[in-house]
Design a binder for this molecule. Structure first.
Ligand code: GDP
Length: 301
């Protein structure tokens, strides 16, 4: 927790520290204080709906218990934020009966999709699992090369075809190969951008359809990677990808570099899709399974 605390330093400064300053200055609870709290939550990208909901619950809880000191407000706020953060705490579990367990990874370019796939693959491998990757972002030659080079270095097989190949068929072939080679996990990369957004969504739908031809229960996880620093954009990205392929998990990356880590609450309120991992740096170990209490403790120490 101490370490996560450091990693989430910018959000913590924008959130926990600001709140503490508020409470240090204001001993009396009044409308002014609630307005300041509202601003602080909004500035950290908690989002309007989650902010209103959380503050409303804080007010009710204080009223019910007839409390009015600033310590009680802070405690109630922490409690309500933790409740919301817990809605999306549901770690990814690899079902060993599914062989391979297929993880489809989606998200726009630049959010950290390739890095996240590499981190996940390395973590699963270190747990003794046989992992294969499918280079389904056939639109970006560099993405395919990056994955192949990385896979060779790590001793992780990467199924790829030429640039411009049909992504669904790359992934379909990878599934057959993974089955034949008794892989435990297959992680499939996908494009983050095509000629048009509609094209991209159609391609993702097709990929899911083709995967189901090989295994009706697959994909077993459809993970969206989003950049924690992108604010409201994160919300529209999740909405759009969720329309094309029902998402089962979220990874929020780059939480180390942003003061806006409150976006997690925003997503929790808006969609309630489990947050599987958070990315707090470039190292493999910087992709951490998400734990609600740990997260809240790190931003409000
Ligand atoms: P893609 O286009 O979505 O595949 O993005 P990449 O995986 O290539 O990542 C884009 C950049 O973000 C790279 O420089 C990564 O090292 C960086 N990155 C990814 N995840 C994190 C993270 O959690 N924290 C930080 N600080 N950088 C990250």
């Amino acid at each position: 927790t101490e370490q996560l605390n450091e990693k989430l330093g910018k959000t913590q400064a924008n959130f926990g520290q600001k709140m503490k300053q508020l409470f240090a200055l204001k001993k009396k609870i009044d409308e002014d204080l609630f307005e300041e709290l509202e601003t602080t939550l909004l500035m950290a990208d908690v989002g309007a709906a989650a902010t209103m909901d959380v503050l409303e619950k804080v007010r009710k809880s204080l009223k019910r218990r007839n409390l009015s000191d600033s310590d009680a407000v802070l405690a109630a706020l922490r409690e309500q934020l933790t409740n919301l953060a817990q809605v999306v705490e549901q770690p990814l579990v690899i079902d060993e009966a599914k062989k391979p367990f297929v993880i489809l990874v989606v998200g726009v370019n630049g959010v950290g999709k390739t890095t996240t796939i590499a981190k996940l693959a390395r973590q699963f491998k270190s747990q003794g699992k046989k992992v294969m990757l499918a280079a389904g972002d056939t639109f970006r030659a560099a993405a395919v090369e990056q994955l192949k080079t990385w896979g060779e270095r790590e001793g992780i097989p990467v199924m790829a075809q030429n640039t411009g190949a049909d992504a669904a068929s790359v992934i379909f072939d990878a599934m057959n190969s993974a089955t034949a080679r008794q892989m435990d996990v297959l992680i499939a990369d996908t494009a983050g951008r095509l000629h048009t957004q509609a094209n991209l969504m159609q391609e993702l739908e097709k990929i899911s359809r083709v995967i189901r031809k090989s295994d009706e229960s697959a994909p077993h996880e459809t993970l969206i990677v989003i950049d924690g620093g992108t604010g409201q954009n994160a919300i529209s990205q999740v909405r759009e990808f969720n329309n094309a392929n029902q998402l089962t998990g979220v990874v929020i990356t780059k939480l180390d570099g942003t003061p806006k880590g409150g976006v997690l609450f925003n997503l929790a309120q808006e969609f309630g899709i489990p947050v599987r991992y958070i990315g707090v740096g470039e190292k493999s170990s910087d992709l951490k399974p998400y734990r609600a209490a740990e997260f809240v403790d790190a931003i409000i120490e």
